[in-house]
Ligand binder design. Structure first.
Ligand code: PRP
Ligand code: URA
Length: 207
């Protein structure tokens, strides 16, 4: 069964409220997306595997730690790119793969238009980044594509989700954990999250 980890942090709540506000302009939208993404990523990586090392300080030897987990980050284009920039700050060595998906405006069914994943994902820990989890179609399809490369583990990292999308994730990929900042009420007739924040990609990229 997927573990759903709701990120409970005052700074996330503050920044998310700025993202939800329809009067927020692109510059502030980007700034607060970075804050939310950074805090979520810190939470995702809290217990990541490390190995013990010895560090020579100016005054002697100290026990130290080095991250051992091999991580692959997969932002779902376009909107997932907004979370990649923050993830890169913590994991500058991680490989990055891309999946491009776009929902049809009428049917809300996602169509894949691009895929470039690293050659060797086997036995690595994959973080899929996508700020919005609405019907769940984009996330479920992304996970299905990534699983074909046989990773050790997959976590999904989102900002706002709807119950419909979470149910779909649980049903299709019960082995994938979800880290998310907010679970909203429902989807509207156009499959947009209510209350949500509107079209994330358009607001982030200023389109
Ligand atoms: C948005 C969002 C997710 C998807 C969520 O992308 O970034 O990928 O919709 O909806 P779903 O759960 O119903 O699949 P969109 O298709 O609008 O493309 P964009 O990122 O290029 O704006
Ligand atoms: N994609 C978005 O950007 N927003 C929604 O509410 C649903 C899908």
């Amino acid at each position: 069964m997927s573990k759903i980890k709701l990120i409970d942090h005052s700074l996330v709540k503050h920044s998310l409220s700025v993202l939800r506000d329809k009067t927020t302009k692109t510059e502030m939208f980007r700034r607060h997306t970075a804050t939310v993404s950074q805090i979520i990523i810190v939470e995702v990586l809290k217990d990541i595997a490390t190995k013990e090392i010895t560090v020579e300080t100016p005054l002697g030897n100290s026990k130290g730690h080095k991250v051992q987990e091999k991580i692959v980050v997969v932002p779902v284009l376009r909107a997932g790119l907004s979370m990649l920039f923050s993830t890169r700050d913590f994991l500058p060595w991680a490989s990055v793969g891309f999946i491009g998906l776009e929902r049809d405006e009428n049917t809300a069914i996602a169509r894949e238009y691009y895929q470039k994943l690293p050659q060797n994902i086997k036995n690595k820990y994959v973080l899929i980044l996508d700020p919005m989890l609405a019907t769940g179609g984009s996330l479920v399809d992304t996970i299905t594509a990534v699983k074909q490369k046989q990773p050790k583990n997959i976590s999904a990292v989102c900002i706002v989700g709807a119950p419909e999308g979470i149910e779909r994730l649980k049903k299709n990929h019960p082995d994938v954990d979800l880290y998310i900042a907010a679970i909203d009420s429902h989807l509207d007739e156009n499959k947009f999250i209510v209350p949500g924040l509107g079209d994330f990609g358009d607001r982030y990229f200023g389109t």
